[in-house]
Design a protein around this ligand. Structure first.
Ligand code: GLU
Length: 468
């Protein structure tokens, strides 16, 4: 078994043993319900290439199933199965009413032109349609490593050309461009969710005291591995809104460090222009990209891929909090080591759930065929304006134009998306924390998160009377 699937399995078993749920039920929850492995030909230049791809539906306890599609040379069946399983637990944890799934196409996107990537994406979608593995009520893909809104628009267009007349077709995929039935706030969602989750975790005074930290994210030093969608938005929002100091950023070309903090917007611009993060003014290059794990910091955020913190490098970690913004970045044994050392690990299935949470909002928007806020924005605005006016009349004082604008604003779609995401992350964190506080044998947040997810999933099965 691959290291990653093995890690997910070990973490599952550790928590499952504490749930008291029937063995058969746990076995049913653990396995992948359906695995579709495909090989299809795509004409690249004047040659045909055979592309290997997967879609795994891990759990049908709820429909549709939900999870991203990864384009990477490292894709294999076990990796996709592990990622699909994490989606099941993630959705349950944050009360997103879906089963988990995941897709993978074994290609390195860097090796193809945009037109070739489009061909591959469309053919992959056609394969899914052929086997009834995609649809707004069946299985709903989204972006993951190596894919983004562009690929999602191609998927939607392919789906629509096969399923003409399906009025809910737009809900067959999420993470689409806003102009193509997407939702505002989806692109930043995982990073923003990371911020809300970390902020909530760090707001508990006694928990922070036990780690030797003061309360709050403000002024804390943070190192982030990965400057893709998740790493970039985590860095940006944690520093801009949370006041954190991002001291180190690592990417596949290397790592950079600045004791007093890196200018994240400046770095994003610099990387766009030069194609690298290295030699960014005001920072020093670290000797290797994995050098990030040796950096002295309060919070370490692996936001790239699985299996990054392993028994080979875990002893280097100086951070008090490890935030799993990627899926599976810490192996199960490295995780045990950190827990024993008293490090707080904020687990992937909770902390990176912001993406799928906002995907859920996008899917709801697609099924309702209307933008959030359209009905109530002006009504609320007018009510607040009337309220202001009454206050002015009663006090005989005028409220300044600027304040009035802030106080009377009705919510736009992006405001509602952020509010829904913030609520989701705060509620889920406190649910997990409560499990940990209540149960003596539970000493880490991952096990607590698993227990919470397993209880929710099992109650669906138990309600069906399949497992007495
Ligand atoms: N790929 C993302 C994840 O791992 C998002 C999935 C989704 O939005 O369905 O959570």
């Amino acid at each position: 078994m691959s290291n990653f699937l093995e890690s997910v399995s070990q973490n599952f078993d550790k928590a499952a043993a504490l749930t008291g749920l029937p063995e058969g039920l746990l076995a049913q929850i653990k396995v992948s319900n359906a695995v579709y492995r495909m090989n299809f030909p795509v004409k690249i230049g004047n040659k045909y290439e055979v592309i290997e791809a997967y879609r795994v539906q891990h759990s049908h306890h709820r429909s549709p199933t939900k999870g991203g599609i990864r384009f990477s040379q490292k894709v294999n069946q076990e990796e996709v199965e592990a990622l699909a399983a994490l989606m099941t637990y993630k959705c349950a944890l944050v009360d997103v009413p879906f089963g988990g799934s995941k897709g993978g196409v074994r290609i390195s996107p860097r090796n193809y032109t945009t037109a070739q990537l489009q061909k591959i994406t469309r053919r992959y979608t056609a394969e899914l349609i052929r086997k009834n593995f995609i649809g707004p009520g069946i299985d709903v893909p989204a972006p993951d490593y190596g894919t983004g809104p562009r690929e999602m628009a191609w998927i939607l267009d392919t789906y629509q050309s096969f399923k003409g007349g399906d009025i809910d077709a737009a809900g067959c995929v999420t993470g689409k461009p806003v102009s193509q039935h997407g939702i505002r706030g989806r692109t930043e969602a995982t990073g923003r969710g990371v911020y809300y989750g970390v902020r909530e975790a760090m707001s508990h005074k006694n928990d922070m005291k036990a780690l030797g930290l003061t309360v709050g994210l403000g002024g804390k030093s943070v190192a982030i591995q990965g400057f893709g969608n998740v790493g970039y938005y985590s860095a940006k929002i944690m520093s801009e809104e949370g006041g954190a100091k991002i001291v180190c950023i690592a990417e596949y070309e290397g790592a950079i460090y600045a004791k007093d903090g890196i200018d994240i917007e400046g770095l994003a611009k610099y990387r766009k222009e030069t194609g690298t993060i290295m030699d960014f003014p005001g920072t020093e290059n670290l000797p290797t990209r994995k050098g990030i794990f040796k950096v002295d910091c309060d919070v370490m955020v692996p936001a790239a891929l699985e299996n990054q913190i392993t028994m080979n490098n875990v002893k280097q970690i100086k951070a008090k909090i490890v935030v799993e913004a990627a899926n599976g970045p810490v192996t199960a044994d490295a995780s045990e080591y950190l827990i024993k050392k008293g490090v707080m690990i904020i687990p992937d299935m909770f902390i990176n759930a912001g993406g799928v949470t906002v995907s859920y909002f996008e899917w709801l928007k697609n099924l309702s065929h209307m933008r959030f806020g359209r009905m109530e924005k002006r009504f609320n605005q007018n009510t607040y304006l009337n309220l202001m006016k009454t206050v002015e009349d009663m006090t005989g004082k005028k409220i300044g134009a600027k304040e009035k604008l802030i106080l009377t604003r009705g919510a736009d779609e992006v405001d509602l998306v952020r509010s829904g995401l913030e609520e989701t992350m705060i509620t889920a964190y406190n649910e997990i924390r409560d499990v940990m506080k209540r149960r003596k044998k539970v000493e880490d947040l991952r096990t607590a998160a698993f227990i919470s997810a397993l209880n929710k999933i099992s109650s669906d099965y138990l309600a069906l009377g399949i497992f007495p």
